[in-house]
Design a protein. Structure first.
Length: 81
């Protein structure tokens, strides 16, 4: 299970920047199709809100990759008793 967590960590690390790349690419495409202030505001909000989420994904993945979550099952067992 710990190896699966570490593999998932690498996936999260990769998904964070990819999500921002595709979001910015989509936003640029949509804004160029319809360059009015409403479109700018809408996509600007999407990008600004999504960047911290993507950063959080990368941080979460880094900790999973480093093994910070390897002891979770043991702690859950201790809490049950």
């Amino acid at each position: 299970m710990n190896q699966l967590k570490r593999l998932a960590g690498i996936i999260w690390i990769v998904l964070g920047p990819l999500a921002i790349y595709y979001l910015v690419k989509t936003a640029a495409g949509e804004i160029s199709k319809k360059p009015i202030i409403d479109t700018w505001v809408q996509w600007g909000v999407f990008v600004v809100v999504s960047i911290p989420i993507a950063i959080g994904m990368v941080i979460f993945g880094y900790y999973a990759w480093k093994g910070e979550y390897d002891h979770i099952e043991e702690e859950l067992e201790e809490l049950k008793h």
